[in-house]
Design a protein around this ligand. Structure first.
Ligand SMILES: [Fe+2]
Length: 485
């Protein structure tokens, strides 16, 4: 390792924007830690691994830095027979290896070159998402790059998987889904050229079994998708690159309130022309909770990004676009229904009181009805998650919440971890990292999912800060090839 950060709070100084300083500052060390102090008790029926991806810049960036630029680093918490092991490691992408060999940053970020060019190459940072698939962990980047496959326990990067993707974009976005009932991985790709989107299915044994182009009216910046037992739900959002900025290779996004939010429902192995589009009120959606089928209806529960409003009540397009671009979130739990027989639609705010995002659920039932969602309370001013919350996806009721301090805490995306021999959908635990910027204490917290309100049942104490990051997942022993080795 040839990068050593001298100033822990600002390893590259203060000239590259706010996302490399303070709690966001990357860390330099890759570590394996065992026998850490625990307040409370690690549950004996909690076995498996929590994996969390996030940007962790290795070297001083070239020019302006966007949070999506940092090289992907995984932080994991392994629970095995009441014992705990923490491990962190950068994803060994091709770009990471080249940077590491050179001892400097060789790539330009999205603020400097939108798509990368010969003189300003861009790094596929693999920093956004992580999900278990086919016994391994798969990571991907929000701008849709080549997925990387890792051993979830050792975090060794096994390989890049270009065989998972196809033209014309040849990428896989963050927020691919894995159907645990069949082993299929469903994903989308998006790109500025026509037809602007594609959709693919990778089997449990790593074969691209389906891939079709999806024609959109123009360049779009969707972020997530949904799946049910038989369908996938693709997003056509009223958010796109500013045309002039795009021509000049600059990063600027537009929100167009004259366009609807559209969801395209396509059979899992459907042809391009089998997609059916349903229109809803204009908004943006970063993250879907889960989707399922109810008779003729497709149900999608998501965190709807609330467009900013002007004094007269109309949508403030410019401010909304700026907020989306800077990950300044104002979102509410929302349900969408699409009737495949009648074409009717319905959308409903499930809970107006809580600005919640980064939703998770019992992912053993991706694409099937799940009653419970686990989310973070979002600081409306910045990308900071102040606490965790459990909500009912039918009624929107908030049934559990916890924070060690709304003003001080930085939670990571919580994930539901089923107990051994679960008796109900929510019989298990919720796991999240928590950095307390006031007390300077870093913990991994374990909650009883049946009773979040009582606070963590175990607080595993870490020796140093873990940057907040993006997405996480939980893998059970049965989902991990190397568990028994
Ligand atoms: Fe995301």
């Amino acid at each position: 390792m040839n990068s050593k950060f001298i100033d822990e709070d600002a390893p590259f100084g203060h000239d590259h924007g706010p996302m490399l300083t303070g709690p966001f500052a990357p860390i330099a060390e890759e570590q394996v830690l065992e026998n850490l102090p625990v307040e409370g008790e690690i549950p004996k029926d909690l076995n498996g691994i929590y994996l969390r991806n996030g940007p962790n810049q290795q070297f001083e960036p070239k020019g302006s830095h966007h949070y999506f630029d940092g090289e992907g680093m995984l932080h994991t918490g392994l629970f095995r027979d009441g014992k705990f092991t923490y491990r962190n490691k950068w994803v060994r992408t091709d770009g990471w290896k080249k940077n590491d060999d050179a001892g400097e940053e060789l790539y330009w970020g999205v603020m400097n070159s939108l798509k990368g060019s010969e003189d300003k190459p861009m790094n596929d940072a693999a920093n956004t998402d992580v999900i278990g698939h086919g016994g391994k962990a798969v990571v991907s980047w929000y701008l849709a790059g080549v997925p990387y496959i890792l051993d979830p326990l050792t975090l060794e990067t096994i390989k890049a998987a270009p065989e998972y993707v196809s033209g014309p974009g040849k990428g896989m976005s963050a927020h691919f889904k894995v159907d645990e009932h069949t082993g299929d991985m469903l994903y989308f790709d998006y790109f500025t050229e026509k037809p602007h989107m594609s959709y693919g299915v990778v089997s449990a044994d790593g074969k691209l079994t389906h891939h079709v182009p999806i024609e959109l009216p123009g360049d779009r910046l969707m972020h997530d998708m949904g799946v049910t037992e038989n369908y996938s739900i693709l997003h056509d959002v009223p958010v796109y690159h500013d045309e002039e900025a795009l021509k000049a290779d600059r990063h600027k996004i537009r929100f167009d309130s004259s366009l609807p939010m559209r969801f395209g429902v396509i059979p899992r192995f459907g042809a391009s022309d089998s997609i059916r589009w349903f229109d809803f009120s204009p908004c943006f959606i970063y993250h879907v909770v889960n989707c399922w089928e109810e008779g003729d209806e497709i149900v999608m529960v998501a965190c709807r990004y609330m467009p900013a409003k002007k004094a007269d009540g109309s949508i403030d397009e410019e401010r909304t676009a700026k907020m989306i671009g800077s990950l300044q979130m104002d979102a509410r739990l929302w349900s969408y229904r699409m009737n495949l027989k009648t074409g009717e639609t319905q959308e409903k705010c499930l809970n107006a009181d809580h600005n919640v995002e980064f939703p998770t659920y019992n992912s053993l039932d991706t694409g099937r009805y799940t009653q419970w969602a686990y989310l973070v309370d979002h600081d409306p001013k910045m990308l900071r998650w102040t606490g965790i919350r459990k909500m009912n996806t039918d009624t929107g009721e908030s049934v559990g919440e916890w924070t060690d301090g709304h003003d001080d805490c930085w939670y990571s995306e919580p994930w539901f971890a089923p107990a051994d021999n679960p008796q109900s959908e929510d019989h298990g635990y919720v796991v999240s990292f928590c950095w307390n910027a006031k007390s300077k204490v870093q913990e991994l917290q374990v909650f009883d999912a049946l009773d979040i309100n009582k606070g963590p049942v175990a607080r595993i104490k870490m020796p140093g800060r873990i940057p907040p990051g993006f997405h996480a997942c939980w893998m059970k022993p049965e989902q991990i090839d190397s568990w028994a080795a």
